[in-house]
Design a protein around this ligand. Structure first.
Ligand SMILES: Nc1ncnc2c1ncn2[C@@H]1O[C@H](COP(=O)(O)OP(=O)(O)OP(=O)(O)O)[C@@H](O)[C@H]1O
Ligand SMILES: [Mg+2]
Length: 284
């Protein structure tokens, strides 16, 4: 669905690159997460892929189109929900969506249905200018689904939203993905990346340093430990056992066989810890 090879982008049209030699492929139906600290080049990459920034250097194919020659038809296939909620403030929520749906030559969704999905059904006749930041964000998110996109670009889809709404947004993302929509998601929130993404890419200072599934990364970088709490002589004992060391495994079996177990957890590295380990940088 997306093929990127040797992508560079400079805002100053010189050797000062915001994105440097980035290459990756995204398969149809995949949820791909682009993770990196502020200023890493996430939005820039997304901007080039979505046709908002002119491709300067590299090969980029999106939904079967070569980004050197962007065609209007391509926009029928893609949806974009970006950082800045660029909705029309003088129009109501419903008018915004009615206006936007006319831009497409493909079947579109009913505005009322979309507003309900994002919890704005009671605000459809309110001017977007009177919306809070989170409400504008939800309206932008709803708008990005209007043309039933095959490929959906989401920039920080849950940032700044309260937990209940963020959870709804995540459900919508999962549902659309189950229907076959490919998703390119950009975030510095590793929880959402972990929960949703089939694969993640780590980007730092414009360079893509690693791509893999969250599961593989955890297996590769996580400590192979089990933390166990058990009752011994009326006291709770906490102990960690290696799952690879033979003696520890024998001890763990003894504990399980002889004492009541209260809790038992494998110690997985979080994506954030892995990011720091691999890049030496924080994800903020
Ligand atoms: N319109 C612009 N003009 C000039 N430089 C820009 C512009 N947009 C971004 N940059 C620069 O390009 C680099 C990458 O920015 P980008 O917006 O892609 O980062 P990001 O990973 O999306 O960060 P964030 O997490 O803060 O959204 C930064 O150094 C930024 O200052
Ligand atoms: Mg950004």
């Amino acid at each position: 669905m997306i093929k990127v090879k040797g992508l560079y982008h400079s805002y100053s049209n010189d050797q000062n690159y915001a994105v440097k030699n980035v290459s990756f492929d995204i398969a149809k139906g995949e949820i791909f997460g682009f993770l990196g600290p502020s200023g890493a080049g996430k939005s820039t990459t997304q901007g080039v892929l979505a046709g908002l920034l002119q491709l300067q250097k590299g090969q980029v194919q999106v939904a079967g189109y070569d980004m050197n020659h962007i065609q209007r038809k391509m926009f029928n296939k893609i949806g974009m929900s970006f950082e800045q909620s660029n909705v029309y403030s003088k129009m109501t929520a419903k008018e915004n969506l009615e206006f936007y749906r006319k831009l497409f030559d493909v079947p579109t969704q009913e505005p009322a249905k979309l507003l309900k999905m994002v919890g704005l059904d009671n605000k459809e006749n309110v001017k977007a200018g009177e919306f809070s930041k989170g409400m504008k964000h939800r309206l932008t998110f709803a708008r990005s689904m209007i043309n039933n996109p095959e490929l959906w670009f989401l920039d920080e889809p849950t940032t700044g939203l309260d937990p209940a709404i963020a959870s709804e947004i995540k459900n919508i993302i999962r549902e659309l993905n189950e229907k076959g929509v490919t998703i390119f998601l950009t975030t510095h929130n590793m929880h959402i990346a972990d929960e949703l993404c089939d694969r993640v890419g780590f980007i730092v200072d414009g360079e893509l340093v690693l791509i893999d599934s969250p599961k593989n990364l955890k297996l590769q970088y996580g400590e192979k430990l089990v933390d166990v709490e058990y009752i011994k002589e009326d006291k709770t004992v906490k102990q960690s056992f290696s799952t690879v060391d033979y003696n520890d495994r024998v001890l763990l079996q003894e504990v399980i066989g002889n004492y009541p177990i209260q809790t038992m957890h494998t110690k997985e590295a979080t994506l954030e810890e892995i990011f720091i380990k691999v890049t030496g940088r924080e994800l903020v």
